[in-house]
Design a protein around this ligand. Structure first.
Ligand code: FES
Length: 355
């Protein structure tokens, strides 16, 4: 092992120690310190003549002037020579950058094998690293990571690729059943559509429809026409619901009758008049203010008792049957008519006496 190369700080420290010793020996420093032989970088402190520099700057200036390096580059060039000759870094060769040189010098001065150990790692070929660490199928990122690990000295563990979870194998029945069902459904639907669109189906469906409509028409022709009409007999409540001297239009819309409680030939009675005008069959209106029935069609007028007195109506209004039922209600029967001109109003079936 060669002596580690002292750093600049070491050199300066030694120089300062020399100066301190000189000062201690009380050597006068009358003249300015002169450096007869410039101390090359890397020279030992014994080769430096004792001087009395006043500061670090003066010492460096004197050293640079004696060694004639023009600047830091020259100093570094001077440092590179012993560093390149040192066997501590046999494989790395001459440092290529100032940082490398300084790192090598510091490692050497500190006695650490950093430079010797870092150099092989730094110059280890990447191909070698890849060949050592990359198994077949390794990705680029893994190879870079492995190279870095090799360079840093960490063990490289090959990436374990776990096999993917195998998918459950389809059973032959399940895999072949669905397409078969689909094909079967498609074939069935296609057959139905083809049958519906076939001329035979269209012809038979049209014939069936026409024959059904004809049958329904025949059946309707065979059925009698039923005219739904209100019943001819119905009850209209007790006699007290009809005050004397009044005309009730309560049943005009429902049964086409007026119920009158009036005096006829000196007798108080309740009778029912038909709402059919004897002229052409219109429905007159009861005018309470005029106490008469007035037909809107041709102006025929009728008294409260139904006798016509104006307009084209040829005869009085007709009465319908009325009686007092067993339950005390008035019951009207429209199936029978009573005409005054025929002397039928005297029939007790067409009035209910109130006396
Ligand atoms: Fe009533 Fe002619 S129908 S007046």
């Amino acid at each position: 092992m060669t002596d580690p190369k002292p750093s600049t700080n070491d050199i300066l420290a030694k120089i300062r120690a020399k100066n301190a010793e000189a000062a201690a020996a009380e050597k006068p420093a009358a003249a300015a310190p002169s450096i007869e032989a410039p101390a090359p970088i890397g020279a030992s402190a014994a080769e430096v003549k004792p001087a009395a520099p006043k500061g670090t700057g003066d010492i460096l200036a004197a050293a640079r002037a004696a060694a004639k390096p023009a600047g830091t580059a020259d100093i570094l060039a001077a440092i590179k020579k012993p560093a390149a000759a040192a066997p501590a870094v046999p494989a790395a060769g001459a440092p290529k950058s100032p940082a490398d040189i300084m790192a090598a010098i510091r490692a050497k001065a500190g006695g650490t094998p950093a430079a010797a150990s870092a150099a092989p790692a730094a110059v280890k070929p990447a191909a070698e690293v890849k060949a050592a660490a990359a198994p077949v199928g390794m990705s680029a990122a893994d190879m870079i990571k492995a190279a870095r690990s090799v360079a840093e000295g960490a063990p490289v563990l090959p990436k374990v690729v776990l096999p993917e979870k195998p998918l459950p194998a389809k059973t032959p029945a399940a895999s072949s059943k669905a397409p078969a069902v689909q094909v079967e459904r498609r074939s069935v639907v296609g057959a139905i559509i083809a049958f519906v669109l076939s001329p035979v189906f269209i012809a038979w469906s049209s014939f069936t429809t026409a024959f059904g409509a004809f049958g329904l028409g025949v059946a309707r022709f065979m059925m009698p026409n039923v005219l739904v009409e209100p019943p001819t007999k119905f009850k209209i409540g007790p006699p007290n619901d009809y005050a004397p001297g009044t005309v009730s239009t309560k049943w005009q819309a429902q049964f086409n009758i007026w119920v009158v409680n009036g005096e006829v030939d000196g007798a108080q009675m309740i009778y029912a008049l038909s709402t059919v005008c004897t002229h052409l069959g219109c429905t007159p209106n009861w005018l309470e203010g005029e106490q008469k029935f007035k037909c809107p069609c041709h102006g025929s007028g009728f008294y409260k008792n139904g006798v016509n007195f104006e307009g084209p109506a040829p005869r009085p209004l007709e009465r319908v049957g009325i009686r007092l039922a067993e339950d005390g209600m008035l019951e009207v029967d429209k199936s029978v008519k009573f005409q005054k001109e025929l002397g039928q109003w005297s029939n007790p079936s067409c009035f209910v006496g109130m006396t």
